[in-house]
Design a protein around this ligand. Structure first.
Ligand SMILES: Cc1cc2nc3c(=O)[nH]c(=O)nc-3n(C[C@H](O)[C@H](O)[C@H](O)COP(=O)(O)OP(=O)(O)OC[C@H]3O[C@@H](n4cnc5c(N)ncnc54)[C@H](O)[C@@H]3O)c2cc1C
Length: 461
């Protein structure tokens, strides 16, 4: 049955597009306003000189059946691909050597990644009690208390930079890693919680992030937003900079006026509902006139800069076997980059068979000061260190880089107050919904999961 309500969605990244997809099926009258001239936001792929370059996410985790549903409904079932078996192996750098992250008890006992003392400390986890102030703890404090300093330094610190490009001493365990937090809060510990949590997930037909399959598409991650957008064609207006949302004062029903600029011209739209999925620091400008306090909450969310450095080499020039996902670098190792993904080992069709493709990440919340230097210095430092680690003596045959000045929102300590304020703002301004990756998780999988949560909120409105 047609739903006559009109909704304007700000932003055509995966958050806005996935929600639009479900809304269209419910019969809503949709318009999407997007700043760029193509869909995808952070999901951006180019194909150049035989290399397929993902500047944003390289993959997603299939943590919800909604992803497969979305993929099938936009006609991509033949293009969705899963990561190679070999890429389950991940490496961590310690003392300039790559060590495989242990995936079984026997490998764990033998690995040189952790000292004997560090390993013994892990066995104490089930006996560590609950913290009284878990609510205000960083992921670093949480992990050090439960698993010890060495596990923090050589497993969690690199993991946090791999996911958030974040600083473990600043990220809130409750907000950034809610599942980890819940394991302690509800079950009293990680080991106990993992056993019981697996049973609960089974009931909800959800996958844990550890066991969820890693996916991409034959032609890279932007394939998904492009296909969703194609399905919504006619509803998306590109090159539109949304500037402000105001209440329509002469309307008896609550309605909203959206002011935007397109090709140098001022325009406006009126809609019953507005869903914002643009970044927090843009949302603050758009909705600030409705609630001055909202501005502070949104602008407090830090987005560190990240450089994505994509490198192509001839396979014969790589000194190490490419038998894994790639490697992450703990802060303690003091390198100029966060880690590298062995892109062409994970998925096919990233480059010719005689070439190898790598994606390096530089900066993040751990070292934003690197961006004070010239871009070429950043590139050279990361490239030289990468070549040394990978035992490569030649220059790459292909280089591309992209600096995201504001890359990924950090769910830092104090985030919970922002989250509560966003809920309050939505209650006081019925018909406005704040979405996007600064709420409910930053991963592509989380953005898709949230699209269903937002759909339910919109329908209930
Ligand atoms: C370098 C990098 C690597 C990542 N790697 C991974 C990964 O491997 N796996 C994973 O799961 N996740 C990864 N992520 C995270 C994930 O890609 C993002 O969190 C997710 O794509 C965000 O989607 P979104 O729609 O919420 O926001 P965005 O993609 O940021 O979309 C917001 C949209 O709003 C538009 N916009 C901005 N201002 C305006 C305005 N004034 N008017 C109109 N439109 C506007 C933007 O142009 C954009 O299209 C990565 C992110 C980055 C940056």
């Amino acid at each position: 049955m047609a739903n006559k309500k009109s909704i304007t969605i700000l932003g055509a990244g995966i958050s806005g597009l996935a929600t639009a997809h479900w809304l269209k099926k419910e019969g809503f009258d949709i318009k999407i306003l997007e700043l760029k001239n193509e869909p995808g936001g952070s999901m951006e792929t180019i194909n150049q000189n035989g290399f397929l370059v993902d500047f944003g996410p390289n993959s997603g985790l299939e943590t919800t059946p909604l992803i497969r549903q979305l993929v099938n409904e936009v006609g991509l079932s033949d293009e969705m691909i899963y990561a190679s078996e070999i890429s389950n192996k991940r490496f961590i750098l310690r003392n300039n050597q790559l060590h495989a992250l242990p995936t079984s008890a026997s490998v764990f006992l033998k690995t040189k990644l952790f000292s004997l003392k560090g390993k013994l400390r892990l066995f104490g986890e089930p006996f560590i009690g609950k913290s009284s102030d878990g609510y205000y703890q960083s992921i670093a404090e949480f992990v050090q208390r439960r698993l010890g300093k060495e596990f923090l330094d050589y497993a969690i610190d690199p993991f946090v930079s791999g996911v958030f490009a974040g600083d473990p001493y600043k990220l809130s365990v409750k907000s950034a890693f809610p599942k980890l937090y819940r394991l302690e809060e509800i079950y009293g510990g990680l080991v106990k919680g993992m056993i019981k949590g697996a049973r609960e997930r089974k009931k909800r037909a959800e996958e844990s992030k550890q066991s969820a399959k890693m996916f991409s598409f034959t032609n890279g991650m932007q394939t998904l937003p492009k296909a969703i957008a194609k399905n919504l064609s006619g509803s998306i207006l590109y090159k539109c900079r949304v500037q402000k949302v105001e209440r329509v004062s002469d309307s008896t029903e609550s309605q909203w006026k959206i002011l935007y600029e397109q090709n140098g011209k001022q325009n406006e739209l009126v809609a019953d509902l507005v869903l914002s999925t643009v970044p927090a620091y843009v949302t603050s400008k758009i909705f600030g006139s409705l609630d001055k306090n909202l501005i502070q909450h949104l602008e407090d969310i830090y987005y560190p800069p990240v450089m994505v450095l994509y490198l192509g080499f001839n396979k014969k020039d790589i000194g190490l076997p490419l038998d894994g996902f790639g490697f992450l670098i703990p802060s303690k190792e003091k390198k100029n980059f966060l880690g590298a993904i062995w892109s062409s080992t994970i998925f096919p069709n990233r480059c010719d068979d005689d070439k190898a493709a790598f994606t390096l990440f530089v900066g993040g919340a751990r070292s934003p000061q690197l961006f004070d230097a010239d871009k070429q210095i950043l590139i050279d430092n990361a490239l030289n260190e990468f070549k040394e680690i990978m035992k490569i003596n030649v220059d790459p045959v292909f280089i591309q880089e992209r600096i995201w000045q504001k890359a990924i929102p950090q769910y830092n300590l104090g985030y919970i107050e922002h989250e509560n304020y966003f809920d309050k703002f939505e209650k006081e301004n019925p018909g406005i919904f704040l979405g996007g990756n600064y709420r409910g998780g930053i991963s592509v999988g989380d953005c898709v999961k949230n699209s269903e949560i937002i759909l339910k909120k919109i329908i209930a409105n």
